[in-house]
Write a protein that binds this ligand. Structure first.
Ligand code: UDP
Ligand code: MG
Length: 317
């Protein structure tokens, strides 16, 4: 069996509205290039008929390679599953299934890959989303960058062309709470960015609930930074220093200046409430790391593949 040079990896969760358009655009792209391309589609436990649509298409088009996960594992794990089965010998292109990552940009990415880059990742110049969401993303990426132990690519998502050797390394990383853009950057090699205007999704609604977005944001912060724990330690040290100086000041007032010391109730209450809060937050932050250890040591597989359609033939061009 001959192998494709490039794999497109596309996670799909309830994407029946945009599916036809996705096929048209991918087919047009594959027809217009001399490269051998396969498209790996991952059904992330869709509840609509996305899985059937994928199946019907893959059975008649050998360029499509489908896996069906046993349930909804989420965008990051769907990509992880796709990367693990992609056969592209040169590189893997990660795109979303809602056409927010235009497949047509592949040619530009591929050129940069051939110039010696191992990872070409997309950077969003303009987001076609509402102002609050845009501002939140803007702030978030800058926060992660400032506290992170790795080089963070600002405003970039999972849309990227990744060389075979880097994909192989990503596949070996056992990390449980996956934040792919962080892992990709952590691996190193020569990486470069490509700016593009991110369009709106082709059809349907976002499949990312607020909860999922929140979890992703947490992974970005806690998986690549020891800042939160260091911050607690520093805060603890600062608090002790403040308390000691205040104690010294009170003694000085009482015994050197001879001023009687009467302290107010409000000040006392304020201090108690403030530090109870600080302690709870600190416990939560430490708990966050403990949780990550907890989930990691279970050693469960990251995803479960229920079914796979891999056509025997892959005709070379
Ligand atoms: N997706 C997925 N599993 C999920 C949620 C989303 O595979 O649990 C897919 C979805 O079908 C799409 C891509 O991941 O192809 C990006 O999701 P979405 O467009 O909803 O996210 P947004 O662009 O709004 O951040
Ligand atoms: Mg989208």
């Amino acid at each position: 069996m001959s192998l494709p040079q490039i794999s497109f990896v596309v996670p799909l969760y309830n994407e029946k509205e945009s599916f036809q358009l996705l096929l048209e655009r991918l087919n047009k792209l594959m027809d217009s290039t001399s490269l051998n391309i396969e498209v790996v589609m991952i059904d992330d436990g869709s509840k609509d008929n996305t899985a059937q649509l994928m199946q019907v298409n893959a059975l008649q088009d050998e360029r499509y390679h489908c896996i069906f996960l046993s349930r909804n594992f989420g965008h990051q794990l769907a990509f992880t599953a796709g990367l693990s089965v992609a056969r592209g010998t040169e590189a893997v292109m990660c795109i979303d299934g809602d056409l927010q990552d235009p497949p047509e940009l592949f040619a530009d990415f591929y050129k940069l890959l051939q110039e010696g880059n191992d990872v070409v990742y997309a950077v969003r110049k303009n987001r076609k989303e509402n102002a609050i969401k845009r501002a939140a993303y803007h702030f978030y990426y800058r926060l992660v960058k400032s506290i992170s132990n790795i080089e963070v690519n600002l405003d970039s998502g999972d849309f990227a062309l990744i060389s075979r050797r880097v994909v192989d390394i990503m596949n070996q990383l056992p990390e449980e709470s996956r934040y792919l853009r962080g892992l990709r950057s952590w691996i190193g090699f020569k990486q470069t960015s490509f700016e593009y205007d991110r369009p709106e999704r082709a059809a349907g609604e976002t499949k990312y609930s607020f909860k999922m977005l929140y979890r992703l944001a947490y992974n970005g912060i806690f998986n690549f930074s020891d800042f939160p724990v260091k911050f607690i330690t520093n805060m603890g040290v600062a608090t002790v220093l403040i308390a000691l100086s205040y104690f010294g000041y009170t003694l000085f007032k009482r015994f050197v200046l001879g001023i009687p010391v009467i302290e107010g109730f409000t000040g006392l209450l304020f201090t108690i409430i403030l530090f109870s809060g600080v302690q709870l937050v600190s416990l939560g932050i430490i708990g966050e790391y403990v949780l990550r250890i907890f989930f990691q040591v279970k050693g469960r597989p990251l995803f479960i593949i229920k079914n796979r359609i891999l056509n025997k033939e892959f005709t070379e061009k």
